[in-house]
Design a protein around this ligand. Structure first.
Ligand code: GLY
Length: 375
């Protein structure tokens, strides 16, 4: 691990003519103008952000662009998942076109996953595809949503049902902005950090078990952890950009997790996405043990680590009660990872040994959910 506090990590994403770099380190918002101008000279930009992120970072970001000679307009969305809508997409698209930006100009996402998904979709469709730059400001966005080109919005029938794969030209992950995140939001993002260890990097998971306090504290351990997550995701995306196969491993914990988010009405006061993923990952390990694929010791280890950082790990940790096992199975069956009636789960043979299991019998899942129900 690198001990230089001020070092910048660069993670290349090797996607032939759509290859790009992810820069990770402190102070990147202040340096954004120079980094963008050197790669996309002579452009103008539309900065898509939300009211909260704008209050904290927009002025500094605009100043950095302007110092590098990059003109910009700002498009501010309301914070929250509701902004991933056709209405917000239309507003964003209208504002980009209204500002007379051309295809070679850039849409810049300054914010978390919601802003990135919406702005990326707008960039992908205005003028049949403009340049796109991601400046993720949450831990979740820095390790997951800003990497790999998934963009989109929600519809009444479910999350992320409309969108395109559209890769950015550059990602600038400023690690110092994470210092101002509420503790709960940072913890929730950390669930996705641990996820990469659990998918296929057992050494990384072991490192996190020892060093997680340093990752929370900031400095070089945080930069290195985020860089390792981006490398892990980039490797998978390079092999399977459009999720025809192994990219689904990135959904470890998400089948149970999405069901819990739906069952709690997407009420962030009760459960946010990363917390749902934490419980979902523990459940995936416990279910794998139940299916005789992994040792129960691995599930205990995952639970011990996520619990130590303060994440929920059990259904009983969710405040306000849950529907019964049959209803939870109903939410799972509605999830997009269902193929012709068979349930597909990401299961595991142990820490860092996840695999895609199609044809998981619904009866086994139901029996497991009954066992897991809080007593
Ligand atoms: N967040 C999962 C993926 O990008 O594939």
């Amino acid at each position: 691990m690198n001990n230089d506090e001020t070092s910048l990590a660069t993670v290349p994403v090797g996607l032939s003519d759509r290859a790009y770099d992810i820069l990770i380190g402190p102070g990147l918002i202040a340096r954004a103008g120079g980094e963008i101008a050197s790669r996309l000279p002579g452009i103008r930009t539309a900065i898509v952000t939300d009211d909260n992120v704008a209050a904290a970072h927009l002025e500094a970001f605009e100043a950095s662009l302007s110092a590098a000679g990059i003109g910009s307009v700002a498009i501010k969305l309301k914070p929250g998942e509701r902004s991933k809508s056709f209405e917000s997409l239309q507003e964003t698209v209208d504002a980009v076109i209204g500002a007379r930006l051309e295809r070679r100009d850039a849409v810049v996402a300054l914010g978390g996953g919601v802003v990135g998904d919406l702005a990326g979709f707008a960039a992908g469709i205005v003028r049949r595809g403009m340049n796109f730059v991601q400046v993720p400001t949450s831990l979740l966005a820095q390790v997951d949503s800003s990497v790999g080109g998934k963009t989109g919005i929600n519809t009444q029938r479910g999350k992320n049902l409309v969108g395109v794969f559209y890769q950015p030209k550059l990602v600038l992950a400023d690690t110092s902005v994470l210092d101002t995140l509420p503790a709960r939001e940072f913890r929730a993002g950390y669930a996705e950090v641990a996820k990469y260890g659990l998918i296929d990097r057992p050494g990384f998971f072991e490192w996190l078990e020892t060093h997680w306090r340093e990752v929370f504290a900031g400095g070089s351990a945080r930069i290195e952890a985020i860089a390792e997550c981006c490398r892990a995701k980039a490797e998978i995306v390079e092999r399977d950009e459009r999720e025809t196969g192994e990219r689904a491993l990135l959904n470890l914990g998400h089948t149970f997790g999405h069901a819990l988010e739906a069952a709690t009405g997407y009420d962030g006061a009760r459960l946010v996405h990363g917390e749902a993923v934490a419980i979902g990952m523990v459940m995936a390990h416990r279910f794998s043990a139940r299916m005789n694929q992994a040792s129960p010791d691995d599930a205990r280890r995952v639970e011990a680590h996520l619990g130590a950082v303060g994440l929920p790990t059990r259904l009983g940790d969710i405040p306000g009660g849950l529907p019964d096992a049959e209803a939870l199975l109903g939410y799972i069956a509605q999830d997009k990872k269902v193929t012709r009636g068979a349930l597909t789960f990401i299961l595991t043979h142990g820490i860092g040994r996840s695999f895609i299991a199609s044809d998981v019998p619904a009866a086994e899942v139901l029996a497991f959910l009954k066992e897991e129900a809080p007593r």
